[in-house]
Design a protein around this ligand. Sequence first.
Ligand SMILES: *Cc1c(COP(=O)(O)O)cnc(C)c1O
Length: 297
Amino acid sequence: MEFYDIFKSSPVQKIQFRGHELFLKRDDLLHADFGGNKARKFFGFFLKDLSKYRKLVSYGGNQSNAMVSLAAFARQHNLIFEYFTKPLPIFLKINPVGNLSRALHFGMQLIENEDYTEFVSKTQDDFPIDTIFVKQGGAMPEAEVGVKLLATEIHAFAVENALTELAVVLPSGTGATAVFLQKHLKFKVFTVPNVGDSEYLKKQFTELVSNPDLHPQIWDFPNKKHQFGALYPEYYEIWQELLIDTKVEFELLYDPKTWLILSEKLADFSCPVMYIHSGGIDGNISMIKRYERFATL
Ligand SMILES: *Cc1c(COP(=O)(O)O)cnc(C)c1O
């Protein structure tokens, strides 16, 4: 697959789930290595003149989808890629599976650092001019260009299909994709926090888009506190149900909670609903292994 395939629009298909019909925007099919919303979020970087840069620096979790996209991007553009993360658990050090192994394969230089959180407050100004600094998960103003393109594609789809109303649903991590999408989309965007709680997500929205009228609507479980990356049998169950009923593989970190909440809301909608598949399924390998180990305990 060519790098420039990310300039093409992603397909939309119809799916049935629990008796409801939905549109599914397949952003997971955008590109093999930059698939999903990371392709959207890093699109602005892909357009940059990179000739004056030598190095890319970022930080975050050891199975991050953003990490893989950046590693592939750095490889293609002959940039050194330094990625800071917390010290790896021993089993990963011995056998780096999933996204970690893919990113290392692309030549990523992994730097294990106990207080890598010091990066949270850093900006581009803290780095030399030959270095591009990318915030965790790509939650930064540059992400807007690519997400705006997603909004344009959804508008075009609505026109082609004579839809005057549409509810658009997607999972949130940093919230960057959801908030930039709502800023540019004329339809209502609904999203579910996966990394922090609703308060965290609202704060994230405000940091990137100050006008609250342009923020998506947040859905969450009323009482249940779910921890990002933890295993929940109901997550695996709905993921399997989706796989069987729609023949589409969804992602195991962000999609299950979003689908659990969405499935309860579907009956309330009188307008068509579109779900955005944000990609990241290469990370499933390590999650499936964890769920299998969990099931035998
Ligand atoms: C990164 C990611 C998200 C979260 O995107 P944000 O813009 O950080 O909210 C959701 N789903 C998948 C599959 C991702 O890889």
